[in-house]
Design a protein around this ligand. Structure first.
Ligand code: PBG
Length: 328
């Protein structure tokens, strides 16, 4: 036998030399759930090990991540019902929770990359990413709200704004609004191919942001988030987001969509991000709790798979766990 592929697997040193994919803490983004209050760490039942932090504790969590080599956090606020309305107007409040958190993080940790979510759902009394008008998610009426939200976040000091709403044309509108307000250096990470996925369940329970059931309100996000059956459609979104001025393109969820990541990687020179979402994290944790899967190994394997498929950076609730393990 002349060909023995096993020779390339013979020792840790050989394997390290021929390894095709790298995974480092510098590739990771830690999503942080935040809420109003002081010294709060509210556990999220479906996401063991993940908490909703008050702003002071979020700063501590970000510091820990940064010290382990994770360069970025992505913020997701839980907004009390009393502050929600049909147009999500609190989203653009300069004194709002997200904006206060951004300021606190950038004051304490100037080198931390702070990414903010642009979508109305945490602020919407209907639980939708856009404005609901006559039972429909109104695309064009939503765009100025998103632009105002992104400008408020940039004003607070966000480095990257990340529209996750899937409205058509929003990257262009946000880019124009940021530039007009003097924020031409703020990046846009576009959730380019975001699928209408069952795997967002734990996230929606953490933020109480699920679509509300009520007369005339759609109970799912299928008219704006993508059909899980489609991949060519993702390439159409890539072309549009590139043309509109996106800096990064994000695919979400992660592991069930490796083919989409690979296709997007092949289609664009832009950095590609993957989001290992709440349901993916919950599955790993649930299986680990039963002793069925080793959490650390399962986490690193899935993150490596996302990198192998073509992701440059990965949003993961396991960022700190992974970094700790990668740092040995
Ligand atoms: C909302 C948003 C969602 C996630 C990120 N931004 C949920 C949704 O679209 O309903 C999901 C993230 C996760 O599940 O971890 N704009």
């Amino acid at each position: 036998m002349r060909h023995r592929p096993r020779r390339n697997r013979a020792s840790p040193g050989i394997r390290a030399l021929v390894r095709e994919t790298s995974l480092a803490p510098s590739h990771l983004v830690l999503p942080l759930f935040i809420e109003d209050g002081h010294d709060l760490a509210s556990p999220i039942p479906a996401m063991p090990g993940v908490f909703r932090w008050s702003v002071d504790r979020a700063v501590a969590a970000a510091r820990e991540a940064l010290e382990l080599g994770v360069p970025a956090v992505a913020l997701f606020p839980r907004i009390p019902d009393a502050l929600k309305d049909a147009t999500g107007s609190a989203a653009a409040d300069l004194g709002g929770l997200t904006q206060r958190a951004v300021r606190a993080l950038k004051d304490a940790l100037p080198e931390l990359v702070v990414i903010t979510d642009v979508a109305l759902d945490p602020y919407s009394s209907d639980g939708h990413d856009g404005v609901v008008e006559r039972g429909k998610i109104a695309n064009d009426a939503t765009l100025p709200r998103l632009a105002a939200m992104a400008v408020a976040q940039a004003t607070a000091g966000a480095d990257v704004v990340a529209p996750s709403d899937m409205m058509d044309g929003r990257v262009a509108v946000i880019r124009d609004a940021l530039d007009a307000a003097g924020f031409s250096d703020v990046l846009i990470c576009s959730y380019c191919a975001k699928y209408a996925s069952a795997f967002y369940g734990p996230f929606r329970s953490a933020l109480d942001s699920a679509p509300k059931s009520g007369a005339g309100i759609p109970t799912d996000k299928a008219t704006y988030q993508m059909d899980p059956a489609n991949v060519r459609e993702a390439l159409r979104e890539v072309a549009l987001d590139e043309a509109e001025g996106a800096d990064w393109l994000l695919i979400k969820p992660g592991l069930p969509y490796l083919d989409v990541i690979a296709a997007v990687r092949a289609a664009t020179p832009l950095p590609v991000a993957a989001y290992q979402v709440s349901g993916e994290y919950a599955m790993l944790r649930a299986a680990a709790e039963r002793g069925w899967v080793d959490y650390d190994r399962g986490l690193l394997e899935s993150l490596t798979a996302l990198r192998r498929a073509g992701a440059d950076l990965i949003f993961t609730y396991g960022a700190v766990d992974a970094a700790r393990r990668l740092n040995g």
